[in-house]
Design a protein around this ligand. Structure first.
Ligand code: PHE
Length: 452
């Protein structure tokens, strides 16, 4: 049987790997988080650092993760264990996949809640509740929603249920088909909305904001946000891409596939920003409003568009689907591991882990309303989990996995793995990862922590 049609979880065509990896990468991080982070971090300068992080840190690290995954074709925990048992690496590294898996689950606790917002807004779009809103009304719709934990928990529960059911099936099945349709539709929809928003909204102000090179506010904090978000947006450092690498056909070029994934991820983020900022400026919303920004500004476009009700419904439904294909990756590591190591049924493993995630998610919901207690450094639970994962756990896991690949695993083994036909490409990647990506990521992360 040709490898491309092997049923043992190998992707049935090279493009399907790209769709699946892009499905994992593209999600709330692009449409919800990226625009509001641009807003809170000052626009153009952040965009520039973000792109640099994506290319110089995110892409090489993504390739590292996929390559290592493809080497052993197993889940990250067993892979690292196996390498340690064969004395290729020290036992110390065994901790890293657990950290990666825990980071994924922790991210999912708030990711599911925000995806639930997408559900709620899809429903509102469908019933026409978003039609003809002005800025004040849109803010009021959002505030009302945030003030009703029961509704938020309902949508969070629905989303987690879908995640558990999807992860309960093997990842290769179904998912790739969804993404193959979802991705082009999402990009086209965003493109149309971006054009409309640029023309009808304050397009010039938005462009100015996105290209403004104001370095006065630059701190390592901002750089850490950029690097943390680049890793978040690509889904690097969680072992998710590792799992996809494990399913990847040997004939495919890792460099090419990963570059396409990074490109698609960036395109979606930029399009989302081009939809949101013209509205933000036209209606005088606060660009630094934070997590509420996309949800307050987006309804304004649907209210004004002809057929806005249908387009609004389509948009939020796409958002939830994109979130679903990302959320699946966050659980995949531990589900695959429990399944392969302890023969736990995938559904049972997904349900058990999902229950824990759901419970913490309920507490996250409450942190938006009844339980807005500042628990640590003036942050509530949602903010703590968001910052802990983006600024600490994700960078540490990604850096550690990359060090493992670049400095610890023998180069020969990697070269064989990557089926190096073009040694120049390999050398570029390897050298960049070793001497640029890892040191830059360490420097920025540590400088960001100590508040330089
Ligand atoms: N990349 C996803 C997003 O941008 C989030 C994600 C993080 C997915 C980590 C998988 C792993 O929404």
């Amino acid at each position: 049987m040709p490898e491309s049609r092997c049923l043992q979880g190998i992707w049935s065509s090279p493009w399907i790997f790209i769709f699946a990896a892009a499905g994992s990468a593209i999600g709330l991080g692009n449409i919800w988080k990226f625009p509001y982070m641009l807003g809170t971090n000052g626009g153009g300068a952040f965009l520039f650092i973000y792109c640099a992080c994506l290319l110089l840190v995110g892409l090489p690290m993504l390739m590292a993760e996929v390559a290592l995954g493809r080497t052993v074709r197993s889940n990250p925990v067993d892979t690292v264990n196996d390498l340690a048992e064969r004395h290729v690496i020290h036992r110390f590294w065994v901790a890293i996949p657990y950290l990666a898996g825990a980071t994924g689950l922790l991210i999912l606790t708030f990711y599911s809640v925000i995806a639930g917002w997408g559900f709620a807004y899809a429903q509102r779009a469908m019933t026409g509740a978003l039609q003809g809103l002005d800025m004040v009304q849109s803010q009021a719709v959002f505030d009302d929603f945030l003030a009703s934990p029961v509704e938020m928990i309902f949508w969070h529960t629905l989303f987690m249920g879908l995640v558990v059911l999807s992860v309960g099936q093997a990842v290769t099945r179904g998912l790739s088909n969804v993404v193959r349709i979802l991705l082009p539709v999402l990009i086209v929809t965003l493109f149309i909305l971006a054009v409309y928003s640029m023309v009808m909204g304050a397009g010039a102000d938005a462009l100015l904001f996105l290209t403004r090179w104001d370095w006065s506010g630059f701190t390592f904090d901002v750089a850490l946000s950029a690097i943390g978000h680049a890793l978040f947006s690509l889904g690097v450092g969680l072992g998710a891409m590792f799992s996809y690498g494990a399913y990847m056909s040997k004939r495919m070029s890792i460099a090419k596939a990963c570059t396409i994934v990074v490109g698609l991820d960036l395109i979606v983020s930029i399009l989302a920003a081009l939809v949101i900022f013209p509205l933000t400026f036209k209606f005088g919303l606060d660009v630094a409003a934070g997590p509420s920004l996309p949800f307050v500004s987006l309804p304004l476009i649907f209210g004004a568009l002809p057929a806005g009700q249908v387009i609004g419904l389509l948009f939020f439904a796409l958002l939830v689907l994109a979130a679903l294909t990302s959320a699946i990756s966050m659980m995949e590591l531990f589900v695959a591991w429990l399944h392969e190591r302890f023969y736990t049924g995938r559904l049972k493993a997904a349900f058990t882990l999902g229950l824990g995630v759901w419970l913490v998610g309920v507490a996250v919901v409450l942190s938006f309303n009844h339980w807005d207690a500042k628990l640590l450094f003036g942050l509530n639970l949602f903010e703590i989990i968001d910052q802990l994962t983006s600024f600490i756990m994700l960078p540490v896991a990604a850096i550690a996995l990359s060090i493992l690949v670049a400095w610890v695993v023998p180069k020969k083994m990697l070269m064989n793995e990557m089926l190096v036909k073009n040694a120049t490409h390999f050398r570029w990647w390897y050298t960049t990862l070793k001497y640029v990506s890892i040191p830059a990521a360490i420097l920025i992360t540590v400088a960001g922590w100590i508040g330089a």
